[in-house]
Design a protein around this ligand. Structure first.
Ligand SMILES: CC(C)(COP(=O)(O)OP(=O)(O)OC[C@H]1O[C@@H](n2cnc3c(N)ncnc32)[C@H](O)[C@@H]1O)[C@@H](O)C(=O)NCCC(=O)NCCS
Ligand SMILES: Nc1ncnc2c1ncn2[C@@H]1O[C@H](COP(=O)(O)OP(=O)(O)OP(=O)(O)O)[C@@H](O)[C@H]1O
Length: 197
């Protein structure tokens, strides 16, 4: 039987992790998360971190030699050229890690959390696409609060992604996370009930 591979995406800070954590806890579904692999890619001692260090100097590292993510974030979300360079290093690694981990999991249903699912064209990895959405105002507010960003920094991160309205159009299933987390999780229950195989 064809495995059910759910590609969970959305805008930055719209609620993907909230949905993924709930699917893991309440439905016992295995979750693979591209942000985790992207962090693995730049681990201390990795070839990719060395390249980043060579390009941006020692200021891009923290005292323990790990990546200063805040500093790299300021660079890549301000410049498309820098972002494309980082992506060209990290995305092939992330794709390989997905393939490796997917091969190990025997469960019928699997969730792949991929913020850039549509931007990077990874939809061929999944059998259905879920988008978590919310209003622009809420997205900005949640992002600024969670990452302690200014309005300009948060807006730059949002602008670096495909507009949420376009992701909504491309999705098989859309979750409107404009209200409470409880409401979001209720929507997840409804979709899980309806799509039970
Ligand atoms: C720039 C970095 C160091 C900032 O790290 P930080 O800890 O602040 O953010 P984190 O990694 O937790 O990402 C948070 C969110 O930012 C968004 N985001 C990350 N990278 C990108 C990108 N290249 N383009 C658009 N949005 C992005 C995603 O929605 C992601 O969920 C980091 O995001 C990164 O390494 N990005 C490049 C790799 C990448 O494209 N990752 C996306 C998943 S493959
Ligand atoms: N319905 C909601 N009401 C209020 N806050 C919420 C709601 N849903 C999520 N949040 C908060 O918004 C922030 C973003 O949520 P979450 O981390 O799930 O988003 P994400 O899409 O996984 O983000 P990222 O793209 O950065 O990985 C978190 O601080 C979370 O607690």
């Amino acid at each position: 039987m064809q495995k059910r591979l759910i590609g969970l995406t959305g805008g930055i800070a719209t609620g993907k992790s909230t949905v993924a954590n709930y699917l893991a806890e309440s439905y016992n579904l295995p979750i693979l998360d591209s942000d985790i692999y992207a962090r693995e890619a730049v681990a201390v001692g990795s070839a990719i971190l060395k390249k980043i260090n060579q390009k941006y100097g020692d200021d891009i590292l923290l005292p323990d030699n790990s990546l200063n993510r805040q500093k790299l974030g300021e660079i890549v979300f301000e410049s498309q050229i820098e972002r494309l360079w980082i992506e060209s290093l990290i995305h092939p690694y992330v794709r390989d890690r997905f393939n490796q981990e997917m091969a190990k999991i025997s469960s019928d249903t699997l969730v792949l959390v991929i913020p850039l699912l549509f931007e990077v064209g990874l939809t061929n990895l999944v059998t259905e696409t879920w988008v978590v959405s919310c209003s622009q105002e809420q997205q900005l507010k949640r992002l600024m609060q969670r990452n302690n960003l200014t309005l300009e920094q948060a807006q730059a991160r949002i602008n670096s992604q495909m507009p949420l309205s376009e992701k909504v159009k491309l999705a098989d299933v859309v979750f409107d996370n404009s209200q409470s987390v409880e409401m979001l999780l209720k929507l997840v229950n409804i979709v899980m009930d309806k799509t039970k195989l």
